[in-house]
Design a binder for this molecule. Structure first.
Ligand SMILES: [Zn+2]
Length: 318
């Protein structure tokens, strides 16, 4: 698959100057002592949709925002909501597939992984520590999983990241070369969703959709997408539907890609990967739109593409 399709790098804040280095280091986990170093990975058979979600480090300012809810486990409210949203997304896929007698033998396992504290030692250079690139972050995440013996089969490992000022991480993206779970034998996929960015710059609805969006990238390939719509880009599976003259309702794969490519066009920041509104499963245009609504309901094109991916890549192995 083509790598750029996976990268939802955005121009998330260029206001980094107002943040102290200490805050950035704290956001990267340098100030955290709590860390889960062991993980029990559920053993799953072939033909299983397997997703593990991991809470990344949240700085004190982030925890204070949520009244310290979840601080003992690492699962802050937005991370909890993201987990539930991903669960419900795969339930939608199952309902869609089952209605046609498909994926009946497929199990879906969505589970929690232990905290991930990507210490500065795992980020190679001082520049990367302050402004980590998405791939550098994902490589460090993979190293942590490797140390835990957590990389098995075709599991998609999603890191819930708190990096509201990590513009190079953007809203999220997948690691190369394993951008989808069957791309590299035995590697599964590693993917990051920058839920600190969606929370601070957008809304909980965008947080949910971006979590779904990033995980679904790992259950899609260009060829599967092309078999469903006239495009090889995952984002074009999404929809932006007018529910009235001033309201556009955006589904998960279109989230961060449905608006004009400018600051505040839909989501606060626009994704920088592939998209073509003319190739979207549905895009009703945004002229006159004042209200952007983010629905976790997957478009039919997305449901069909994920179903086909599981059928072709997880059941038939090819
Ligand atoms: Zn994307």
């Amino acid at each position: 698959m083509t790598a750029p399709d996976d990268q939802d790098t955005t121009q998330v804040p260029s206001t980094g100057d107002v943040v102290t280095r200490r805050e950035v280091l704290a956001a990267l986990g340098g100030a955290t002592v709590l860390s889960s170093t062991t993980d029990t990975v559920t053993a799953v058979g072939g033909g299983t949709v397997h997703v593990r979600m991991y809470p990344g480090t949240i700085p004190t300012t982030g925890w204070a925002r949520y009244g310290w809810q979840g601080v003992t486990t690492g699962w802050a409210p937005p991370f909890e909501d993201a987990l539930e949203a991903v669960r419900e997304a795969f339930e939608q896929v199952q309902r869609y597939a089952w209605a046609d007698g498909r994926l009946e033998d497929v199990d879906v396992v969505i589970e929690r992984g232990g905290r991930v504290d990507l210490s500065l030692a795992s980020i190679s250079s001082p520049r990367e520590a302050v402004a980590p690139s998405q791939q550098e972050l994902l490589d460090a995440f993979r190293s942590t999983l490797l140390d835990r013996g957590a990389i098995t089969g075709t599991c998609s490992h999603l890191l819930c990241w708190w990096g509201p000022l990590h513009y190079n991480v953007g809203y999220g993206g997948t690691r190369r070369p394993n951008g989808h779970v069957a791309a590299v034998d035995g590697e599964g996929a590693q993917v990051v969703a920058n839920l600190g960015a969606t929370e601070l710059w957008d809304s909980r609805a965008v947080t949910r959709n971006i979590a779904i969006h990033e995980v679904l990238h790992t259950f899609l390939s260009s060829s599967v997408v092309e078999s469903v719509i006239d495009s090889r880009c995952d984002h074009d599976l999404g929809t932006a539907v007018r529910t009235d003259d001033r309201t556009l309702e955006v589904s998960p794969m279109a989230t961060a890609y449905a608006g004009p490519e400018e600051f505040g066009g839909g989501t606060r920041f626009h994704g920088t990967a592939c998209y073509d509104h003319d190739a979207f499963a549905q895009h009703d245009g945004y002229d006159g739109v004042e209200s952007w609504v983010y629905t976790p309901t997957l478009s039919d094109a997305t449901l069909e593409a994920v179903t086909r991916y599981v059928e072709h890549r997880l059941l038939d192995d090819g």
